[in-house]
Design a protein around this ligand. Structure first.
Ligand code: FAD
Length: 340
């Protein structure tokens, strides 16, 4: 929320990292009236001939759009995006099966990552209380004093102090590295067994948790929990492993049908994550509940169908002779086939 007068005393917020999260955070802090200093290790990507870093397009969903809306950028970014309605599964036989992301008319947007980053930096720069410092790589910082040491490409060093440090410096965060030295700071790292590769084809290249320590907060999907599974198009749920599973596809149809019949009671997980701003932990809790209810419902239905079918069979037993005739015919054909 924007505070009209801003904080009574202007505090300096240092945003470390000028990627997507850093540039967006700079806008939010500037809007709140803080003095914002953004430090980015790369040169200004808006002027660079070659932009280092990932080029893969981003899937932008409701959550990201809301964040952009708060800094007045939703329309601009959305107008340049390409709507994606479904995920295409290519089977080994060559069959293509689209799996819609949501209901009819619901889609996520494919947006150019570098362009989004550039636009966010430009937006941050429009605030008079924001300064962008490129070619500033954070080398060290103190959790107690908030003193940061930056190195520049010419080897020179700069020491800068801030009231709050916001670490948005990506997967190999230098801010996070310092946290590891603090006692009782838990940290774990697990790699999924998959990787990804960016390809150049015919010249076409094609939210967040936070960790706080009063002087410093670690923000952004990547430094706080570096989890990015491309096919999920989100920073959390890797649905990736299931999209070829028959049970997953069957359940998706059941979930979609139940969502259609009871839109407020049953909401598919992907819908909660992608098309609403339901908090992630609530989405997961609700999903567990739904999963239990639906699985039990399916079990009861299957048991009911089995018992009902058995009852009908017992009540109206089929004429055994009628069943025997085709069986005998089949048997004799098999014998013929073997002897011929
Ligand atoms: P980054 O984008 O990594 O930015 C970090 C910035 O900090 C960089 O500019 C870097 O130069 C700078 N920096 C690093 N170290 C320092 C330092 N010491 N000092 C100063 N600056 C520093 N998310 C989605 O929402 N949708 C998707 O479709 C999607 N697809 C993805 C596909 C792939 C293959 C991957 C890997 C991730 C995907 N993600 C997706 C996740 C998304 O890319 C990240 O959530 C997002 O980039 C995180 O932004 P960030 O600003 O936290 O980190």
């Amino acid at each position: 929320e924007e505070s009209p007068g801003g904080p009574s005393q202007k505090k300096v917020v240092a945003v470390v990292g000028g990627g997507l999260v850093g540039a967006l955070n700079a806008c939010f802090f500037a809007k709140r009236g803080f003095d914002v200093e953004l430090f980015e290790t790369r040169e200004d990507i808006r002027q660079a001939k070659i932009v280092r870093g990932r080029s893969i397009n981003l899937a932008l969903s409701h959550r990201g759009r809301q964040a952009l809306k708060h800094v007045g950028m939703e329309e601009k970014i959305v107008s340049q995006g390409i709507p994606m309605h479904a995920r295409m599964i290519h089977s080994l036989s060559g069959k293509q099966s689209p799996i819609p992301y949501g209901k009819k008319g619901q889609y996520i947007l494919s947006v150019d990552r570098a362009n989004l980053n550039k636009e966010l930096l430009t937006a941050a720069e429009t605030y008079p209380n924001t300064k962008l410092n490129f070619d500033h790589k954070l080398q060290d910082w103190s959790a107690e004093t908030g003193l940061m040491t930056f190195v520049r490409s010419d080897g020179s060093k700069e020491e800068i102090e801030a009231d709050l440090i916001v670490g948005c410096d990506g997967a190999f965060s230098a801010i996070r590295k310092q946290f590891l030295r603090l006692s009782r700071f838990n940290y774990s790292q697990t790699y999924i067994p998959h990787g990804y590769m960016e390809l150049t084809i015919c010249g076409v290249r094609r939210s967040p948790d936070y960790i706080a320590w009063c002087k410093c907060a670690l923000m952004g999907g990547t430094p706080a929990h570096a989890r990015g599974v491309p096919s999920a198009g989100q920073e959390m749920n890797a649905m990736r492993a299931h999209v070829n599973s028959k049970w997953f596809l069957f359940r998706k149809h059941v979930d979609n049908l139940l969502h259609f019949l009871m839109p407020k009671t049953i909401i598919p997980l992907y819908t909660m994550v992608t098309f609403t701003r339901t908090r992630y932990h609530e989405a997961v809790e609700r999903w567990h509940w739904q999963d239990r209810v639906i699985n039990r419902g399916l079990l009861f239905s299957a048991t009911g169908a089995l018992l009902g079918g058995s009852y009908l069979l017992i009540k109206n037993p089929p004429d055994i002779n009628k069943l025997l005739v085709p069986a005998e015919k089949m048997w004799s054909r098999l014998v013929d086939l073997r002897t011929s």
